[in-house]
Design a protein around this ligand. Structure first.
Ligand code: CP
Ligand code: NVA
Length: 300
């Protein structure tokens, strides 16, 4: 593994290696055992979109690993004024030991990896969110003990989260069901891949997706960059909500996951957010541990 650009690039063995190391790093951190695997190393964090979890968990993670992290807003970088990605990649490779980037186009992340000479980590694009799904798989494994054979139902937009959950879930032997309006299905390339690689159900019926699910997952109806479509999406996604009625169809011990930020009253009710708060906050915490594992494996 040289980069983390998308989960499709990783084997099931590599994902398991990340999850196992993440568990170990979590244990050590909770026990107060120092693990300065990246002493003296610096991660650059390029943000073209907002972030709470990704920014803080990467920055704190680097600190806990004995290194440091630089927050690089694209508003301040020359990148924001049109400096080409290839020059940015080459220059930053001379200073840094790794780059995490959150941006719009997946091709920009791929270009950084192509022209730079240091590990690149995808911190979310319009296409995928691999770091989030590594933390999700870690959390589901904590609660359910195994991933293989568990059913994950995703309710809502066939967005970056849906794409990464399909790939990560199927690679780990999970069954994935996506309920979305027909015009908001996941990426066709991901769907085509899934047809050859496991059990994926696409439906417009949220009840069909949620039936007997072990994990019920949702995300916002309008992702970052789609704010202009919020009104139209609110109409299209009406009814695509995780609420008590829907949870009654899932397994009695089903867990709820949300990458956050959540829009209570839209894709999920306040009641369900509060009832499943522990699981959702463990999921958020696990961003830290999963990303530390990725950084150790890529940058040590
Ligand atoms: N889930 C997630 O990536 O959160 P942020 O947008 O706050 O980083
Ligand atoms: N789908 C959301 C995820 C945020 C973590 C977005 O892209 O805005």
């Amino acid at each position: 593994m040289k980069h983390l650009l998308k989960l499709g690039d990783l084997s099931a063995e590599e994902i398991t290696e990340i999850l196992n190391l993440a568990d170990q790093l979590k244990y050590e951190q909770h026990k107060g055992i120092a693990h300065h695997h990246l002493a003296g190393k610096t991660l650059g964090m390029i943000f073209q979109k907002s972030s709470t979890r990704t920014r803080v968990s990467f920055e704190v993670g680097m600190y806990q690993l004995g290194g440091s992290a630089l927050f690089l807003s694209s508003r301040d970088l020359q990148l924001g004024r049109g400096e080409p990605i290839k020059d940015t990649a080459r220059v930053l490779s001379r200073y840094l030991d790794g780059i995490m980037i959150r941006t719009y186009e997946q091709s920009d992340v791929e270009a950084l990896a192509e022209y730079g000479s240091i590990p690149i980590i995808n911190g979310l694009t319009d296409y995928c969110h691999p770091c989030q799904v590594l933390a999700d798989l870690m959390t589901i494994r904590e609660y359910k003990k195994v991933l293989r054979g568990k059913k994950l139902a995703f309710i809502g937009d066939g967005n970056n989260m849906a794409n990464s959950l399909i790939v990560g879930g199927l690679k780990m032997g999970m069954e994935v069901a996506i309920a979305s309006p027909a015009q908001y299905r996941p990426d066709p390339g991901v769907v085509a891949w899934a047809e050859q690689n496991g059990k994926l159900t696409l439906t417009e019926d949220i009840k069909e997706a949620a039936k007997d699910a072990d994990v019920v997952y949702t995300d916002v109806w309008a992702s970052m960059g789609m704010e202009g479509e919020a009104e139209q999406r609110r109409a299209a996604f009406e009814g695509y909500q995780v609420n008590a009625g829907l949870m009654a169809l899932a397994k009695p011990d089903a867990m709820v996951q949300h990458c956050l930020p959540a829009h209570r009253g839209e894709e999920i009710t306040d009641e369900i957010m509060e009832q499943h708060n522990d699981e959702i906050m463990d999921e958020a915490e696990n961003r830290l541990h999963a990303q530390k594992a990725v950084m150790v494996l890529l940058m040590k």
